[in-house]
Design a protein around this ligand. Structure first.
Ligand code: UDX
Length: 443
């Protein structure tokens, strides 16, 4: 039996922390590296610094088994591992649609500099096409002579809220730019999912980089498509949810990502389509620039559309009106509020002079940090008390399952609910006495 490769994971955000814990779960010795000592301290103590179902259990198991540890010292990781996964962030550059690659560059350079034995450096971060080749050249310049140091790209497709499942049982493993040696190392790392039938797609660097951004661009396009259709539904009195169900039966279309509503947010989709737009522009691929611009605009317009609905429900102005906002996270099962459509709408109504009370079952703390001037409640009941209008902006199960008759007893008489995720049982709410409004939901 050949010894199992030792693994480092650089960057311990959603992606890195989950990847590190999953690799330990698969039986590898893993070190996670982060520049933030607070994160390293928390993870070392078995505490996940964000909400991700199933991850705390995995982390604790890894740490307690001794297979998983964390450090701020990149040199220590470089000396320890054979396969290094770079999982650092690629945020949107301020004042530009382009991606900020400084963390990616620092990770590859820092690792390469400190290597003491042969190593495979693997990019997982989502990057503009061409980054991998640039990093490979830089790594060759910086790495100590005489070592075999190679680079490959292995994009990550995990969804927040399902990160553990997606990491342990991915839909596919895509690897770009690996030599036979690198290919073999990555097949060892992914032996378990591969043995369970997960497809392994070996390709070149640019194709691997593009698979990831194209996947996100397609998902975003699907959402903006159905949101544009939902506007037609509103004008024509049609029901977009029934329409999505009917479309979804066509296997060429599929039902997933056809939920009309407030649109997409989070740390990935919005910034990834903008980075793709930017990179496509640099490359002179103008069709994609135009397409992504429309997808982005339709998506951002959904937020305005919901604000306008709230203004209308308040009779033309929200000034001093009480608005209960249910949901702040960009989607359920996460406390992530990065580019959250829900918080954006709440903040927009607050700016227009409404008295907004926000409740989210998990994202209260992260929301408060992002928008400290908003008022946060600790329950659905508290958020809707005395409200003229209630907005459902994130489709958490507790909102879907709430008792509309009970809630109507707490609001001002004649309250309206705006179901911006089309997630409530409309008839039940109407029967309970609410004025119900959805997006593209027939009256
Ligand atoms: C996404 C991709 O799905 C994942 O593969 C990639 O690795 C990272 O980006 P994530 O950001 O976790 O994952 O969220 P996702 O579940 O894709 O949802 C994105 C946004 O789209 C959410 O704001 C969600 O509310 C919205 N959405 C999703 C819709 O508005 N309608 C839908 O039908 C589906």
């Amino acid at each position: 039996d050949q010894p199992r490769p030792r693994i480092s994971v650089v960057g311990t955000g959603y992606l890195g922390a989950t990847h590190a814990a999953a690799m330990a779960e698969l039986g590898f010795d893993v070190v996670g590296v982060d520049v933030d000592p607070a994160k390293v301290e928390a993870l070392s103590a078995g505490k996940v610094p964000f909400y991700e179902p199933g991850l705390p259990e995995l982390l604790v198991r890894g740490v307690e088994s001794g297979r998983l540890r964390f450090t701020t010292d990149l040199a220590e990781a470089a000396a320890f591992a054979d396969v290094h996964f770079v999982c650092v962030g690629t945020p949107q550059r301020p004042g530009s649609n382009g991606a900020d690659l400084r963390y990616v560059e620092a990770a590859f350079e820092g690792l390469a500099q400190h290597l003491t034995h042969d190593a495979l450096l693997v990019g997982k971060s989502t990057v503009p096409v061409g980054t991998g080749a640039r990093m490979a050249a830089r790594v060759r310049e910086v790495a100590p002579a005489g070592l075999r140091v190679e680079l490959a790209w292995n994009p990550e497709f995990l969804r927040e809220g399902k990160a553990v499942h997606d990491t342990l049982s991915p839909d596919r493993v895509v690897v770009g730019g690996a030599s036979p040696w690198g290919d073999d190392l990555l097949r060892q790392v992914y032996a378990r999912p591969l043995s369970e039938g997960t497809p392994f797609i070996a390709t070149d660097l640019p194709t691997a980089e593009l698979v990831k951004v194209s996947a996100n661009a397609f998902l975003a396009t699907k959402i903006s498509f159905i949101n544009a259709i939902s506007q037609v539904c509103d004008k024509a009195g049609a029901d977009v949810t029934v329409l999505s169900d009917a479309l979804g039966h066509d296997v060429r279309i599929g039902r997933q990502f056809l939920n009309a509503g407030l649109g997409f947010g989070g740390g990935c989709l919005p910034k990834d389509i903008r980075a793709l737009m930017h990179r496509a522009g640099e490359l002179g691929a103008h069709s994609l620039v135009a397409l992504m611009q429309d997808v982005d605009e339709i998506n951002m317009w959904q937020r305005q559309r919901v604000i306008d609905m709230a203004v209308q429900a308040c009779g033309g102005s929200v000034l001093n009106r009480r608005i209960g906002v249910l949901g702040a996270a960009f989607k359920p099962d996460t406390d992530d509020v990065r580019d959250s459509p829900a918080l954006n709408v709440a903040a927009g109504l607050h700016l227009r002079g409404a008295q907004v009370v926000v409740y989210d079952p998990e994202a209260g703390e992260t929301s408060r940090r992002m928008f400290p001037t908003l008022t946060y409640g600790t329950s659905t009941e508290e958020a809707v008390t005395d409200a003229d209008v209630v907005l459902v902006l994130t489709e958490w199960p507790v909102f879907r399952e709430a008792d509309p008759a009970k809630l109507l007893g707490l609001t001002r008489p004649g309250a309206t609910v705006i179901d911006a995720r089309n997630c409530l049982p409309a008839d039940t709410w109407r029967q309970a006495g609410w004025t119900y409004r959805g997006l593209g939901a027939a009256r």
